[in-house]
Design a protein around this ligand. Structure first.
Ligand code: SAH
Length: 368
C-alpha cells in the first residue's frame, strides 16, 4: 500500500482536504466555523470602537484586507464579509464621506501554494455576488507574502498551531526511539515540549515580524485559535486524546504490516498548541504591535459531546494531505475507517477531559 518512492522524508505541514466532496474541508469545517462565529461578534466590536480610519494610511480609498491561512472556504468568506461590512459602518460612523463615495475593498487570500485555490475561487459567493476585488497569495505566512505597508486589516483563524516544520530535536528524539509512542506534543516528555515550544516561538516571531512589515500604521491584526490553559498538558484535552487514538490506529496498521513500522515510529505532526501565557509572552516580544485585546472565547460546541463521526470527519479533512504525503496513497481511507471504529470501541470521555481555550487577539500596528 505504501509508495515509498513518492513519500516525504518528514511529515510536512499540508493544506486541508481540497474540493467540495464528502471528505473535503469545505464540508467538514463546522468546528472551525464555530470559532469564527464567536470571533465575529468581537471583530465587529473592535472595528467599531477602535479602528481609526482618520489616521490610518489609506491608499486611494482602497481598503485592503488579508486572510492568512484561508484554506478553501467557506469560513474565510464569512469572516471577510463581516470585516468588510463593519468597516463600511465605521466609515459612516466616522463620517468620512468623501472617502466613502469611492471606497473599494481588495481582499488577499493567503495559504500554502499547494492549497486548493481553485475551489476557493470557484465559490458561488465570489462569482455571483462579486463582493470585493480578490487576489490569491500563495506562500508560507511565516515569510513576507505581501508588499510592505499595504494591509489595513490582517486576519487569521485556526492556523498558528501549524508549525513551519517538525523541530529537528523531535526528529533526533524520534531517532533515539524515545518518541515512539507520541505523534505530537503531548506535553508529557519535557525535551519534546521544549523543542516544540521553541519552534512555535520562532514561527510566531516570524509571523508577527512579516505582518509588522505588511500592515500600515494603525492597521489591525486579528487572530483567533486554540491554546491550552496554563499547566494543562495536551493529552488531557479531547483533541489530544483524539490524536493519541490516531496514533494507536497507525500502530495497529504497522502491526498488521499495512504500514512500515519504522516509518510509523518516525511520524510526528508539525502541530503545537501553546499555553495561554506562552502565547501572550511571544506576542509581547514583538514591539511593533500593541496588544489591544487578548481574551478567551467560549467555543459554542464546548459543552456538546461531539459524535464520533463528527470527530473522524473533521480530523480526516485536516490530516488527509499530510498523511497521504508521508505514508503514500491509499492509506487515508483505511486509517480513518479504523479511527472511526476505534472511537466507537474506545470513546473519548469528555467528562474527564480538560477544556481547551479559544483565544481572540487584536493587535494594532504602532506607527512605522
Ligand atoms: N482559516 C480557515 C482555515 C483553517 S485550517 C478556517 O478557519 O476555516 C489551517 C489553514 O492554515 C490551512 O489551510 C493550512 O494550509 C494553512 N496554513 C498552515 N500553515 C501555513 C503557512 N505556513 N502558510 C500559509 N498557510 C498555512
Amino acid at each position: 500500500m505504501e509508495k515509498k518512492n513518492r513519500v516525504a522524508t518528514l511529515p510536512q505541514p499540508n493544506p486541508m482536504c481540497g474540493g467540495d466532496g464528502p471528505h473535503s474541508y469545505a464540508r467538514n469545517s463546522s468546528y472551525q466555523k464555530a470559532v469564527i462565529d464567536c470571533a465575529k461578534t468581537k471583530i465587529k466590536e473592535v472595528i467599531l470602537e477602535k479602528l481609526d480610519l482618520a489616521h490610518m494610511c489609506l491608499d486611494l480609498n482602497t481598503f485592503k484586507i488579508a486572510d492568512f491561512g484561508c484554506s478553501v472556504g467557506p469560513n474565510t468568506f464569512d469572516v471577510v464579509q463581516t470585516i468588510v461590512e463593519t468597516v463600511k459602518r465605521r466609515y459612516e460612523q466616522q463620517n468620512i464621506r468623501e472617502a466613502q463615495k469611492h471606497l473599494e475593498f481588495h481582499v488577499f487570500f493567503n495559504d500554502q501554494s499547494n492549497n486548493d485555490f481553485n475551489t476557493l475561487f470557484k465559490n458561488r459567493f465570489l462569482s455571483v455576488c462579486k463582493p470585493y476585488f480578490i487576489a490569491g497569495v500563495p506562500g508560507s505566512f511565516y515569510d513576507r507574502v505581501l508588499p510592505r505597508n499595504t494591509i489595513n486589516i490582517g486576519h487569521t483563524s485556526y492556523t498558528l498551531h501549524w508549525l513551519s516544520k517538525i523541530p529537528k530535536e523531535v526528529c533526533n528524539i524520534n531517532s533515539l526511539g524515545r518518541n515512539k509512542h507520541n505523534i505530537s506534543c503531548s506535553n508529557l516528555v519535557e525535551e519534546m515540549s521544549k523543542a516544540y515550544k521553541s519552534q512555535f516561538e520562532k514561527d510566531m516571531g516570524d509571523f508577527l515580524g512579516a505582518r509588522a512589515e505588511e500592515l500600515v500604521s494603525e492597521g489591525f491584526m486579528i487572530m483567533s485559535g486554540m491554546c491550552l490553559p496554563d499547566g494543562v498538558p495536551m493529552v488531557r484535552t479531547w483533541k489530544g486524546v483524539a490524536i493519541d487514538t490516531m496514533r494507536d490506529c497507525l500502530i495497529d496498521m504497522a502491526n498488521s504490516r499495512i504500514l512500515n513500522k519504522e516509518r510509523v515510529e518516525s511520524f510526528s505532526l508539525p502541530l503545537y498548541f501553546p499555553h495561554m501565557s506562552e502565547l501572550e509572552e511571544v506576542i509581547k516580544q514583538n514591539e511593533c504591535f500593541s496588544i489591544e485585546v487578548l481574551e478567551r472565547m467560549i467555543h459554542p460546541m464546548e459543552d456538546l459531546p461531539l459524535t464520533n463521526d463528527f470527530i473522524a470527519s473533521t480530523y480526516r479533512a485536516i490530516f488527509h494531505g499530510l498523511i497521504e504525503e508521508f505514508f503514500g496513497d491509499g492509506v487515508v481511507d483505511e486509517l480513518f475507517d479504523r479511527f472511526a471504529k476505534r472511537l466507537e470501541t474506545h470513546p473519548i470521555d469528555f467528562q474527564t477531559c480538560v477544556k481547551d481555550i479559544q483565544y481572540f487577539v487584536l493587535l494594532k500596528r504602532n506607527s512605522h
